[in-house]
Design a protein around this ligand. Structure first.
Ligand code: NMX
Ligand code: MLT
Length: 433
């Protein structure tokens, strides 16, 4: 596979940079840690390294150095469609090179060969209680496939650590294409009476996902857009960091991704996209048919804050402006569903919520994040089961975190093990003990 050979050359070139930094500049300081950071979730502490994406607080995410519009613009598109092949994005994230159409189609074909879900996974999904959350099923499905890990097989045979990345890539190439199949299977099992739709071997990852979900075009392009937008947000977010942390113990890609997906399932992280929809629907139900106004929205937002809850879809640990992933999805809505009532409500919340959060004065960032704008698009295209929304986030996030752990192995990153201190020690450091 061309992508693997390109990756091999990139890895060899990159290793020398990492080794040199470690050997010659290992003592150079890049961050200091305060008591507030030790107690407060390590916010802003620079202690992770990734070149796959970088998050600037004001500009937002860049994938391999490109902004979202630049990424969409640069990658080969599916003929007749507006968004790129997800497979071309995967190639780009792995290698940092924009693939040609030929290189893209090689990945498309490779993914097609590997995307069928094993029967035993279907059996496990069917055996789970009907009220199991789709994220639990998604994580369990990934974990169940761990028995197929090539990394474990090669590790048990005995392998040089310089070769770890190769069977890791093999695991990634086996696992990633199965995720849309697993997700669509869970969706049809849970909400469509287990009426499953067979794979269409003509279609790319985004196209086949829409097909297996049973949702017409342009949902294929929605899927492509979603998976790319949600893929990566540098290394410190909960899902990426968890995947990296678990992988650092040399747990394979299945164990690591399943763990990362469990982190994504938290309401302060990826589950916020379902929370946004449920908040908005509850709000609209409360209107009892009356037109929503900014005044009424403001009251509802204050009611949420006053009851000690967060406004889902707003705020961020790093960003200090509107998330460009929000803007990208908003632009999609302005083009494709400008007059849709639910979109109008989401837009009204955007007008009001930052002011409310600023007035309350707690959140460091009053602006919307990716989750504030993602559910309305799903709802518009008929995917109204909002507890499924985070699974869509999870398919996308897998692209970024699986790329990262392949590079972690390639660069020989060690087991992660930060140091903890006691409260007594902090009081001593503060001079109050
Ligand atoms: N609504 C109400 N309060 C908020 C919000 C919000 N949207 N955002 C932050 N705050 C509060 C926060 O709870 C904290 O309160 P306290 O001092 O009582 O503990 C205070 O403001 C300071 O928090 P920040 O430093 O601004 O935010 P932090 O970095 O701790 O947390 C989030 C970041 C994203 C967890 C937080 O903004 C939040 O809870 N947002 C709502 C949930 C959400 O949309 N999550 C999705 C994030 C994106 N993603 O997909 O993962
Ligand atoms: C993400 O995409 O992971 C979220 O925006 C959370 C984060 O970056 O901390």
């Amino acid at each position: 596979m061309k992508m693997k050979e390109v990756l091999r050359q990139k890895i060899e070139a990159h290793r020398t940079r990492t080794v040199r930094l470690l050997k010659e500049y290992g003592d150079t300081e890049i961050s200091k840690v305060t008591i507030a950071q030790a107690i407060g979730g390590a916010r802003g502490v620079r202690c992770l390294v990734t070149d796959v994406s970088y998050l600037d607080p004001f500009e937002g995410i860049r994938f391999r150095g490109r902004t979202i519009p630049e990424t969409f613009e640069a990658l080969p598109k599916v003929p007749g469609k507006e968004y790129p092949y997800v497979e071309s994005f995967f190639y780009y994230m792995m290698t940092s090179d924009i693939p040609t159409m030929e290189e893209t189609l090689e990945v498309v074909e490779e993914f097609k060969k590997r995307r069928n879900l094993p029967d035993y996974v279907k059996g496990i999904m069917r055996a789970m209680p009907k009220d199991t959350h789709p994220m639990t099923m998604f994580s369990a499905g990934i974990l169940a496939m761990q028995r197929e890990s090539v990394f474990v097989e090669k590790y048990n045979e005995g392998m040089s650590k310089f070769d770890y990345w190769e069977p890791t890539l093999e695991d990634v190439l086996n696992l990633l294409p199965k995720l849309p199949s697993l997700a669509a299977f869970i969706y049809r099992l849970k909400y469509k009476d287990d009426d499953q739709i067979a794979d269409n071997p003509e279609l790319d990852m985004g196209g086949n996902f829409a097909h297996q979900m049973g949702i017409e075009a342009p949902y294929d392009d929605v899927a492509r857009m979603y998976f790319i937008l949600h893929s990566d947000h540098e290394s410190g977010n909960v899902s990426a960091h968890t995947t990296h942390l678990v992988a650092s113990a040399l747990s394979d890609a299945y164990y690591s991704l399943s763990a990362g997906i469990n982190g994504l399932a938290g309401p302060l992280h990826g589950l916020a996209n379902q929370e946004v929809l449920s908040w908005t629907m509850k709000f609209m139900d409360g209107l009892e048919g009356k037109e929503p106004t900014e005044e009424v929205i403001k009251e509802a937002l204050w009611a949420t804050l006053n009851s000690g809850q967060v406004i889902p879809g707003y705020g961020h640990a790093v960003l200090r402006k509107t998330d460009p992933r929000y803007t990208s999805q908003r632009e999609f809505c302005l083009k494709n569903l400008p007059d849709y009532p639910l979109f109008k409500v989401i837009s009204m919340i955007y007008q009001v919520a930052p002011g409310v959060l600023e007035e309350q004065g707690k959140a460091k960032n009053p602006w919307p994040n990716v989750d504030a704008q993602s559910g309305v698009i799903q709802w518009y295209y008929g995917l109204t089961e909002w507890d499924f929304y985070t699974v869509l986030f999870g398919i996308g996030r897998a692209i970024g975190v699986l790329t990262n752990i392949t590079w972690d192995r390639a660069l020989g990153y060690p087991i992660e093990r930060p140091k903890s201190v006691t409260t007594d020690m902090l009081e001593e450091a503060a001079g109050i003990k």
